[in-house]
Write a protein that binds this ligand. Structure first.
Ligand code: GDP
Length: 477
């Protein structure tokens, strides 16, 4: 149990109308009282908000209501509103205070300084959320979902994170874990009666439960592919010969949402990605450096460069100029780029320049030369023809990853790994039953399975795992 009272800026560090500093711990009211001219917070009801001033310099011994900021030896820092939250119904489950001040980073710094001078200490990264976990208000997967919720940039990631915050994954597995725990107790009881050769734990019922757990784990693990698409976006590479219309298409795709388009600068200009949102899903357009700027595109893109681009992509959008005649290079390029786990969309571009008969012919050429299953879309980026079809095709890729029966989606690598380990452990237990190994070993394997299942919610955890999770949070979370 940590008795320090911690403080940190909870809002983004920058200028805003309002900034919020959060304070949590046993001495929250006592410390803020020393610097707050306004209501005596020790007497304030929970979940109430109070007007006053933050001052530097000791407030007179007796803190009374409605003090005015006039004392000579005090410097008034800001006019604020202070919210009071009494344990246990608070974010951290501890006494907490939030100071809403005029959103200047300088004021934030000054208020934090006086809080520290009066007995608080700066919170470490993720410490507020860690306290919420340590104090049993939320489990570990919920703590992680808070970070995901704050990081969510689109509808799907927001929804999945919120579902997780409500206990999604833990609800899915906790009752199975409880059933398994009952069996462990029975098997361990058998150990106490080892000499009498009794069997308290019905092996066939145990097997049934293990089957149920396996099915659940399988479907959760399967959801990770969709979860990953939600959390990290689906990677799309746009490839084609020079002048195929790549930059024109890119501009057409990004046109409507220029306002929310962001550039994610990678280590070099070569890895610039642009984010496209379609139906709430995020698509990362890989390495679009140069595409926006046609001058850079004079040189032909070599197979090696194209391979690098496609390497981390989920979808390859290959553009072929329908107004040209020879597609042998395109076909060769596509063949050399394809892999089993890459979705291929071939777009015949510039269809406004050719007759329908011509682009039908183009489709036939590709269909006869390329055996891979692919979608063929005829577009004109200049006339905005069928761009929506391409967008639909992209979003349907993500949609079909969504599992039908599972509402809970795994987005977290740690959960994914723990589920995989649980699945291994469960199959070991099943094997142990079949081979009728000793009850001792069976109990060991069962414990192992329980432990991995418990890792997700944090029922079983260690300092290293916790440190790793919370250090990724920013300060103030
Ligand atoms: P990139 O080299 O693959 O990026 O090709 P660009 O997007 O720069 O396009 C090359 C040329 O084709 C430019 O002059 C574009 O205006 C033209 N272009 C691109 N898309 C279309 C289209 O759909 N229809 C027509 N008529 N011209 C297009």
């Amino acid at each position: 149990m940590n008795h320090d009272t911690i403080c940190a800026l909870a809002t983004a560090n920058g200028i805003g109308a309002i900034g919020i500093i959060r304070i949590s711990g046993e001495q929250s009211f006592e410390i803020v009282n020393k610097i707050f001219q306004g209501k005596n917070l020790e007497k304030a009801d929970s979940h109430t908000i109070h007007y006053g001033f933050i001052v530097d310099g000791k407030i007179q011994d007796l803190v009374t209501d409605n003090q005015q900021p006039t004392t000579d030896n005090q410097e008034t820092i800001d006019e604020v509103m202070v919210s009071v939250f009494r344990a246990p119904k608070t974010f951290t489950a501890e006494d907490s205070v939030e100071i809403s001040f005029h959103g200047s980073p300088h004021i934030a710094k000054k208020i934090l300084e006086v809080l520290i001078k009066n007995g608080a200490r700066m919170a470490k990264a993720g410490e507020f959320t860690m306290r919420a976990f340590m104090n049993g208000r939320i489990d570990l997967s919920q703590a992680e979902s808070i970070a995901d919720l704050i990081a969510s940039e689109n509808e799907s990631s927001r929804k999945v994170a919120l579902n997780q915050l409500k206990g999604g994954i833990t609800n899915e597995i906790s009752f199975l874990r409880t059933d398994l725990l009952n069996f462990v107790s029975l098997v361990e009881l058998e150990l106490d009666f080892a000499e009498e050769d009794v069997e308290f734990a019905d092996r066939s019922a145990l097997n049934q439960l293990l089957d149920k757990i396996e099915t659940k784990l399988d479907s959760l693990i399967e959801s990770f592919q969709y979860g990953n698409a939600i959390k990290n976006g689906t990677a799309v590479a746009i490839i084609g010969k020079p002048n195929a219309g790549k930059s024109t298409l890119l501009n057409a795709l990004l046109k409507e949402e220029r306002a929310i388009v962001s550039n994610i600068a990678g280590t070099t200009r070569d890895t610039i990605e642009e984010i496209l949102h379609i139906k709430g899903h995020a698509f990362r357009l890989i390495d679009t450096a140069g595409l926006r700027d046609t001058v850079d595109e004079i040189e032909a893109i070599g197979v090696k460069k194209a391979k690098e681009k496609v390497e981390n992509a989920n979808i390859l959008v290959y553009l072929a100029d329908a107004a040209t005649e020879d597609f042998s290079e395109d076909i060769e390029m596509i063949k050399s780029l394809m892999r089993d786990d890459l979705k291929l969309i071939i777009c015949a571009t510039k269809i406004d320049e050719v007759s329908p008969a011509t682009y039908e012919k183009v489709e036939n050429i590709f269909r006869s030369e390329i055996s891979d299953d692919f979608d063929f879309i005829k577009i004109s980026a200049v006339e905005n023809q069928n761009i929506q079809d391409l967008k639909n095709e992209l979003s349907s890729y993500v949609e079909q990853l969504k599992s039908q029966e599972n509402n809970v989606v795994i987005t977290n690598q740690r959960h994914f790994e723990a589920l995989g380990k649980s699945l291994d452990a469960v199959s070991k237990v099943k094997e142990a039953i079949v081979t009728q190994i000793s009850t001792e070993l069976l109990a060991y394997e069962l414990r192992n399975a329980l432990e991995h299942l418990g890792e997700i919610s944090g029922e079983v955890t260690n300092d290293e795992v916790l440190g790793n999770i919370f250090s990724k949070f920013c300060i103030g979370k």
